[in-house]
Write a protein that binds this ligand. Structure first.
Ligand SMILES: NC(=O)c1ccc[n+]([C@@H]2O[C@H](COP(=O)([O-])OP(=O)(O)OC[C@H]3O[C@@H](n4cnc5c(N)ncnc54)[C@H](OP(=O)(O)O)[C@@H]3O)[C@@H](O)[C@H]2O)c1
Length: 261
């Protein structure tokens, strides 16, 4: 059963690049009106005009910094004032940082927790009643393979993603039977600007997935009659995440520590 997005509106956070931009593209291609949220206004405006021209949909660009604690309620008020009601919310905005926690910039750590966790929770709380009332859309949150084991040297990032996975799966259960599909997506390394932001762009070689592949899989999981609460993108990533769950914690930690050194 293919999900019908035409005539509905999807909000995508982090739509100015990478996975968020690809979610916006694919949802617009399926006929959804889109609301694009991120900080870089020029990128959002360019994408919005391209999507409107290519797919005859309405695209709204909202340049908002999700580190601001009132951003989720501000977004909700803004959409209300424009008469926009959401059927789909894609919680995608997020970033990582690398290095020992003891050396981490406390302000940057606080921003990461705010964007990856607090804004995601608060945006979901703002819109969940509308999404359930619409009953024909989806709530998608981007976790990570890093959600499946502790991540030494990316300790806070891994923990934020474990939070996103747990939170989203719980909501999948709470909203069962409502008509809303809830899905946590866990990509492995994906070719986006993520590693530029982390500060290790040289890590962007080797076994990387494309955003197209991750997003195509996400939308096809949403098309299923019984959408799973979550999936890990990429066969090897899924096998690794599964194995890690069976390993003694000490062993999982040792492997993850070596990989993320
Ligand atoms: N790429 C990977 O290997 C990978 C793997 C697993 C999970 N993920 C997750 O996938 C999601 C998307 O990341 P990506 O890989 O597509 O990386 P990306 O290309 O760097 O995109 C990140 C997006 O988040 C937005 N963002 C960051 N801080 C923000 C803020 N303060 N306010 C509003 N928007 C903000 C950025 O927009 P602006 O800079 O314009 O604000 C950008 O659009 C993230 O949650 C990431 O943790 C990525």
């Amino acid at each position: 059963m293919t999900m019908t997005y035409r005539g509905t509106t999807a909000l995508i956070t982090g739509a100015s690049s990478g996975l968020g931009e690809e979610f916006a593209r694919q949802l617009a291609a399926r006929g959804a009106d889109v609301v694009l949220v991120a900080r870089r206004a020029d990128r959002l405006r360019d994408l919005a005009s391209r999507l409107e021209a290519e797919h005859r949909i309405t695209a709204t660009a909202l340049s908002i910094d999700l580190t601001a604690t009132d951003a989720p309620s501000q977004i909700h008020r803004e959409l209300e004032s424009r008469g926009i009601r959401l059927s789909t919310l894609v919680n995608n905005a997020g970033f990582g940082m690398k290095g020992a926690f003891a050396d981490a910039d406390p302000a940057r750590v606080a921003e990461m927790v705010q964007v990856n966790v607090a804004a995601l929770v608060n945006l979901t709380r703002e819109f969940l009643p509308d999404l359930v009332a619409a009953g024909n859309g989806a709530l998608v949150s981007i976790a990570s393979t890093g959600a499946y084991q502790p991540c030494p040297n990316m300790a806070v990032y891994g923990a934020t993603k474990a939070f996103v996975l747990s939170f989203t799966e719980a909501l999948a259960y709470e909203t069962k039977g409502s008509g809303l599909s809830v899905l946590a997506v866990s990509p492995g390394a994906t070719r986006t600007e993520f590693f530029d932001v982390v500060g290790t762009p040289d890590a962007a070689v080797g076994r990387f997935e494309t955003p197209e592949k991750v997003v195509t899989r996400a939308l096809s999981e949403l098309d299923r009659k019984n959408t799973p609460p979550s999936f890990v993108s990429g066969r090897l990533n899924a096998i690794t995440a599964g194995l890690v769950g069976w390993m003694p914690r000490r062993m999982a930690l040792a492997i993850s520590g070596r990989v993320l050194r």
